[in-house]
Structure formats: structure tokens, C-alpha cells
Design a protein around this ligand. Structure first.
Ligand SMILES: Cc1cc2nc3c(=O)[nH]c(=O)nc-3n(C[C@H](O)[C@H](O)[C@H](O)COP(=O)(O)OP(=O)(O)OC[C@H]3O[C@@H](n4cnc5c(N)ncnc54)[C@H](O)[C@@H]3O)c2cc1C
Length: 425
């Protein structure tokens, strides 16, 4: 990590924020509402959008709907699996958003009528909107893995890829594993939520096993030909800290599971585990599909990068993991947060009949723990290119850590606190 890289990144990110913040000066804070925005999904994208619509819009009516009563962060949830944090440490309520004037509803969104501009909830409530923000995350393509589609199979073979009850249950399985047992994690082909996440998980669970069950083994069964993010740094961590404990196998795509016996069936071999953690392939969450928004590869939502408005349905802005990303843009909480700010600014301008920012910039930083307290990072900056109508990575901006360190571990914890505050307080 070098300071020139950081100062450039900060300057660019600040530029993007300032472009949007200048709206605040123009926003009317009293008077009649300038529009109704419903936000579906209170995760990284949705919560940020709800907050900034209020902060920058002043008099936008904002209603946020999430099926969960509180936000549970995937970032840092691997530390919960390792036993180095509790689930409460990565859980935050929505009181800050309520205080900012967001109407927060706990409920399941079951249908979106884009023609009538309404959202329907499972309890029958109908919410009308002028503009809709959808940040529903991903759902799992369990049907692509034989043996995984049934509720019984999914009760035993956990993903832990949406933080919450699955994280706690997977931690219990790891704690209950015998010393000398095998923990196997399967990684789907890209694109999937959080490219470095599975390798971080391998390191953090291995850190626990090394300490508590040193005769155990951790198998990383990767459908991809190589580690997908921060490769040299993860390879170094595997060797330096977990030699003989972690075994990494590339091109190991999961075809089938024998869920009752914790067996992962790959193309050429069967792998028996004591704990089998399957991260299935992913697509935009079901509500995006049922609303007719999925228009890329049958899996993802295409968006206009100036406004994050769906290219399939007008008036619906889609954020985060559900969208087909721009070049080299990861499916991360940090990027979802940045997309939300661009979308919030654009929605306010559209509601006022003003032109939107013609040159948005987004930044990303992903930290990964490689031990209980040492972390590494990768950072990038993405700038709108008017000719190609997409965001492109800015050459020379961003970078990766030189080496893992405890200092970066502290930065990683601070990053999480800061982004949770940015979304929710
Ligand atoms: C183990 C792990 C580690 C990670 N680490 C990092 C990291 O260090 N840094 C980073 O930047 N990113 C990280 N990520 C990725 C990050 O968590 C995601 O990219 C981010 O959550 C995407 O935000 P989102 O708004 O698209 O979806 P989410 O944050 O998943 O939010 C979606 C919300 O929509 C709600 N929802 C969905 N459908 C409905 C419906 N029909 N009705 C009501 N509510 C609904 C869900 O309940 C959920 O709250 C990690 C991910 C994992 C799994």
C-alpha cells in the first residue's frame, strides 16, 4: 500500500462524492415531496441508497423494505466462522435510517408491477412509487448441483454466503468437527459474490483449526483454474501459515453432492468431508427475475451506468450483486455502496427534471483476513467512459497490498465500521 495510490484514489472518490453532494445545496428541505422512492433490500446497496436519497434529496419520501429485521454484514462474517467474532459484532439495526426519515418496513416483497409502479408485500400491502430501487443481492442456483435442491440437503450442506443464521450454523458445524477431520469448501465459477471471500474463508477457518484441531485438513475445491483475487498474497498465506493444513485444488467443479454423507462429487473424484461448505453458483435474486429485470446471460440485470436504471424496465434502478458488472468491477459491498450513491444522486435529479452527472466515478476496496488479525487488500477506481457507455478501470489507480499485516487488519476493521456507519447512521 503506497500513499500516492491512496491519495489519488481518495481524490477521485471525493470527486465523485462532491459531484453528488453539490446537489444537497440545491435540494429543497421543506415543502411538498418531490417524489416517492421505494427501496427493496436493506443491504449494502439498498440501505446506502435510502440514506443518501434522504440526505441529498431533503424532501423525497423514502420507504425501505427488507425481509430481515436487521442488517447482517457478510464482510467480517468469515471471522465469525473462525470464532474470532460473534454474529452480533456484524449485525446492525435500521434505527439510524429511521432517524434520517426513512420509513422502514420488515416484509417480503413478492411482486413488482412496473406498469402500475407498485410493489406488493407478502402481507398484501401495496406500495406505490415514482422510482424504485432494487438491491436484492443474489440467490443460489442450487438446481445446477445434483442433490442440493431439496430442503433436507440444504439443511446439512450450508453456504454461509448470506450472513445470518447460516453463518452461525456453519460455525457450529466447524466447532463440532473432530480434530483430524476435513473441512471442504467449494467455489463456483466466476462471477460470484465477493471474489476473494472464499479464499479469506479458507484462511480464517484454517487459523481456527490450526489452533483448536491441528490434525485437521482444509480442502479448497475451486471450479476456477486459479485463485480469483489477490492470488500471490493468498498463495503466500496458504504456504506461510497453513502449509500441510490447506490444500488448494483448481479446476475442481462441483457436480453433485451426497448431502447425507457430506460427499462432494467432482468430475473425476469424490471428496468426503466432515464439514462440506458449498458456495453454489449465483444469479440476481428472485424478485429481480420475477419483475422481468434479468436480461443478461439469464442471470444478471443490465443497467445504464449513469443512473443504474435497468435496461429492461424504466423507473427501476438496480444496485449491487444483482447487476451485470462493468469490466473488472467486483461484486462487493463497497461497490454496491458506491453504485447506490450514483443512483441516489441521479434519482433526485430525475425527479427534479435536471440532467444527471455525465461522468460518475466509483471506487472499491476489498480487505481479506489471512489470519485472525492480519489482512490484505485490493483497490480499484472505475470511471465512466461516454463512448463505451460503461465504467472502465482507471489505469494506475488502486493496487494490492505488498504483504499481509496487522496494520491492514486494523484498517479492515475500521473499513467495516465506516461503511456500516455510512449506510446506516
Ligand atoms: C463471506 C463474504 C465476505 C465478504 N466480504 C466483503 C468485503 O470484505 N468487502 C466487500 O466490499 N464486500 C464483501 N462481500 C460482498 C458483499 O457482502 C456483497 O457484495 C454485498 O452484500 C452486496 O450488496 P447488495 O445490496 O447487492 O446485497 P445484500 O447486501 O445481500 O442485500 C440484499 C438485501 O435484500 C433483501 N431482500 C432480497 N430479496 C428480498 C425480497 N424479496 N423482499 C425483501 N427483502 C429482500 C435481503 O434480505 C438483503 O438484506 C462479502 C461477501 C461474503 C459472502
Amino acid at each position: 500500500m503506497t500513499s500516492p495510490m491512496f491519495s489519488r484514489r481518495r481524490a477521485l472518490a471525493a470527486g465523485a462524492a462532491l459531484g453528488a453532494l453539490s446537489l444537497a445545496g440545491c435540494a429543497t428541505t421543506g415543502g411538498p415531496s418531490i417524489g416517492r422512492v421505494v427501496v427493496v433490500g436493506g443491504g449494502f446497496g439498498g440501505a446506502t441508497a435510502a440514506k443518501y436519497l434522504r440526505l441529498w434529496g431533503g424532501n423525497v419520501d423514502v420507504t425501505l423494505v427488507d425481509r430481515n429485521a436487521a442488517f447482517v454484514s457478510c464482510p467480517l462474517s468469515n471471522l465469525v466462522l473462525g470464532g474470532f467474532r460473534q454474529i452480533g459484532d456484524v449485525t446492525r439495526g435500521y434505527d439510524g435510517l429511521k432517524a434520517a426519515g426513512v420509513k422502514v418496513i420488515q416484509g417480503e416483497v413478492t411482486a413488482i408491477d412496473v406498469a402500475a409502479k407498485t410493489v406488493r408485500l407478502a402481507d398484501g400491502t401495496t406500495l406505490p412509487y415514482d422510482r424504485l430501487v432494487l438491491s436484492p443481492g443474489v440467490d443460489f442456483m442450487t438446481e445446477t448441483i445434483d442433490g442440493l435442491a431439496t430442503p433436507a440437503a440444504q439443511a446439512n450442506i450450508l453456504h454461509g454466503w448470506k450472513a445470518g443464521p447460516q453463518t452461525v450454523a456453519l460455525r457450529r458445524q466447524i466447532e463440532a468437527m473432530r480434530d483430524g477431520g476435513v473441512f471442504a469448501i467449494t467455489i463456483p465459477k466466476v462471477p460470484y459474490r465477493c471474489p476473494p471471500g472464499p479464499y479469506e474463508r479458507a484462511c480464517v477457518v484454517a487459523a481456527y483449526l490450526k489452533q483448536a484441531k491441528p490434525r485437521s485438513k482444509l480442502l479448497v475445491l475451486d471450479a476456477n483454474p486459479e485463485i480469483q483475487s489477490k492470488k500471490p498474497l493468498f498463495e503466500r498465506a496458504f504456504k506461510q501459515h497453513y502449509d500441510g493444513l490447506i490444500e488448494y485444488r483448481p479446476n475442481a467443479e462441483l457436480r453433485e453432492v451426497d448431502a447425507a454423507n457430506n460427499i462432494a462429487k467432482l468430475e473425476f473424484e469424490d471428496v468426503k468431508a466432515d464439514v462440506l461448505n458449498v458456495i453454489p453458483p449465483q444469479r440476481a435474486a428472485e424478485i429481480a427475475r420475477s419483475a422481468g429485470l434479468v436480461n443478461i446471460n439469464g442471470r444478471w440485470v443490465g443497467v445504464n451506468w449513469l443512473t443504474l436504471e435497468s435496461t429492461a424496465q424504466p423507473g427501476v434502478h438496480v444496485l449491487g450483486d444483482a447487476i451485470f458488472p462493468a469490466a473488472a468491477m467486483p461484486k462487493s459491498g463497497h461497490i454496491a455502496n458506491q453504485q447506490a450513491k450514483v443512483a441516489a444522486a441521479a434519482i433526485i435529479q430525475l425527479l427534479k427534471g435536471e440532467p444527471v452527472n455525465a461522468a460518475p466515478v466509483m471506487a472499491n476496496t476489498c480487505y481479506s483476513f489471512v489470519t485472525a488479525d492480519q489482512a490484505i487488500h485490493v483497490a480499484s477506481v472505475h470511471q465512466y467512459n461516454a463512448e463505451q457507455k460503461t465504467l472502465l478501470p482507471v489505469p494506475g489507480a488502486g493496487g494490492v497490498s505488498g504483504a499481509a499485516s496487522e496494520l491492514e487488519g486494523r484498517y479492515a476493521l475500521a473499513w467495516a465500521q465506516n461503511i456500516w456507519d455510512d449506510m446506516l447512521v
